[in-house]
Design a protein around this ligand. Structure first.
Ligand SMILES: Cc1cc2nc3c(=O)[nH]c(=O)nc-3n(C[C@H](O)[C@H](O)[C@H](O)COP(=O)(O)O)c2cc1C
Length: 263
């Protein structure tokens, strides 16, 4: 059957969503880097931030509703935020912990991080960036979450970038103008090292868990959340200062998902 270029694109994308194929389980099929004895990539990234900010881990005072059923039922996407309202550092810390918090780093031959959210093979191939507009005591600007240490690293000051961010996220002004915009990147090789081409599917599934936790955690502290999947790849990557890679490179990192948070 002849397909147009567009149909072939759709077929490729659909195949990406499918599971293992029987015909691929033969001897000629390449084994994973893990099975080839290639050293595992780092579990975490650090961005060499100018300042490291410790985050509190005691959340009793911020959680207003810990009735799981009620929080799930109340959850909805919220886009109208009060531009006078700030989040506290403890609230932000709670949202980071609930979405990517590292409970332990375990394993001997293969080290894995065990987090608040699940991940295929516990590979956790996501990184969290924050564009902060309104968090008490934190300079507006771009930050990266150091998940292992549960700390923030400050990357750059706010320089009227809201418009840039808005353009990268297709003019969704409620995103760029929210108290905190979460931007998640994928570091695909962290997952590909074990799962080869199936990594793409697993990374996207993982991202869904992370954002759902943000919705529920947000709801439990009286904050609104809206998932953001519409953005312009190049502009969003540029906004985070991610290097553009040509061809297949193990170091590649790029934006895959985002969400805004506000009151
Ligand atoms: C993967 C995904 C991508 C989304 N992208 C956007 C987006 O770019 N902009 C937006 O305003 N809402 C976005 N949303 C929110 C949806 O529009 C919302 O979940 C949907 O309308 C259902 O409403 P509810 O979340 O209130 O139940 C996204 C949601 C998901 C799960």
């Amino acid at each position: 059957m002849k397909h147009t270029e567009y149909e072939r694109e759709l077929i490729d994308r659909r195949n990406m969503m499918k599971g293992y194929k029987e015909e691929e389980k033969n001897e000629e099929y390449p084994v994973s880097d893990q099975d080839n004895g290639v050293l595992a990539p780092p579990l975490f990234l650090a961005k060499g931030g100018k300042k490291i900010i410790s985050l509190p881990k005691k959340f009793d005072d911020v959680v207003k509703n810990n009735d799981v059923m009620c929080v799930m039922e109340k959850r909805k996407s919220r886009r109208l935020f009060d531009r006078e309202e700030f989040l506290t550092v403890t609230e932000l810390s709670y949202l980071l912990w609930m979405t990517q918090g590292v409970k332990e780093v375990a394993g001997n031959a293969v080290r894995v991080s065990v987090r608040v959210v699940p991940s295929a093979g516990s590979r956790h191939a996501l990184e969290t960036y924050l564009y902060i507009n309104r968090v008490e005591g934190l300079d507006p600007g771009l930050y990266h979450y150091l998940a292992e240490e549960h700390k923030l690293e400050f990357i750059s000051y706010y320089k009227e970038q809201t418009q840039e961010l808005s353009a990268a996220f297709l003019g969704q002004t409620y995103f760029a103008g929210s108290a905190v915009a979460f931007i998640w990147t994928a570091v695909p090789y962290r997952m590909e090292w074990r799962y080869q081409e199936w990594a793409a599917k697993y990374i996207l599934l993982d991202a869904g868990h992370v954002c759902q936790n943000l919705y529920l955690a947000g709801e439990s502290i009286g904050c609104g959340v809206c998932a953001i999947g519409a953005y312009e790849q190049e502009l969003a990557d540029e906004f985070l200062g991610l290097e553009k890679k040509q061809g297949y490179q193990k170091e590649e990192e790029f934006v895959i998902y985002a969400a805004c948070v506000g009151r």
